[in-house]
Design a protein around this ligand. Structure first.
Ligand SMILES: Cc1cc2nc3c(=O)[nH]c(=O)nc-3n(C[C@H](O)[C@H](O)[C@H](O)COP(=O)(O)O)c2cc1C
Length: 189
């Protein structure tokens, strides 16, 4: 197949989406949407993620060293998109009706609706230009009880329907177009 050469981009390489939950200096929860998230091996499975530029999520993690990563599903997409498009510097960002709980092991805010939640402790910060790679220990994984059922993995994934993203577009679990970044949040009342 003929190829074309392009500047750095990751179009057509779908990524899983997570909402990172942190507490600010006053103990108020904040959620931001992130897709530069993957896994590392370090005697056990760990997580690596990259945060670019200055963000409330980033300063909260740098201060507290802990956060939650909540898997985003199709049902969660309108508010997940909102959390990705509205900065934590906006004092009204978290004025949204959502069931926010607490981690089991770490002092992190979690989203009750997420079927899979990582409780993460940041153990290494690697600054790169105005961004930062953060290496984390997984201190706990919270999973909906229903994911322990006898269904196949494919059936469970189809049921919880995690969203993926590439090329500034959201894709449903079956690959259908769920809108450009900034569109799903328009469904919020
Ligand atoms: C689909 C999507 C994915 C995103 N992924 C990342 C990411 O991996 N890293 C990053 O630094 N910012 C990412 N962002 C931007 C943050 O979500 C955005 O800056 C958000 O306002 C941060 O919230 P905060 O200011 O409350 O921390 C993403 C935004 C969207 C819409």
């Amino acid at each position: 197949m003929a190829k074309i050469s392009l500047k750095p981009n990751n179009d057509y390489c779908p990524q899983t989406l997570f909402l990172y939950g942190t507490y600010d200096e006053s103990g108020n929860p904040d959620f931001g949407l992130f897709c530069w998230f993957s896994y590392i091996w370090d005697d056990e499975m760990g997580v690596m993620c990259c945060i670019g530029g200055s963000k409330l999520t980033r300063s909260n993690i740098e201060r507290s060293k802990v956060f939650s990563a909540n898997l985003v599903t199709e049902k969660m997409l309108p508010y997940a998109d909102y959390f990705g498009c509205v900065s934590g510097d906006n004092p009204d960002k978290m004025k949204i009706a959502l069931k926010i709980g607490k981690g089991e092991v770490l002092n992190v805010p979690i989203l009750d609706e997420a079927p899979v939640i990582f409780e993460l402790e940041a153990v290494e910060f690697i600054p790169r230009g105005d961004g930062e790679v953060i290496l984390c220990k997984i201190r706990n994984v919270l999973q909906d009880e229903s994911l322990s059922s006898d269904e196949t993995v494919a059936q469970k994934l189809a049921r919880i329907a995690p969203v993926r993203t590439t090329a500034k577009t959201y894709l449903g679990y079956d690959g259908r177009d769920m809108g450009a970044w900034g569109e799903p949040m328009k469904k919020l009342k």
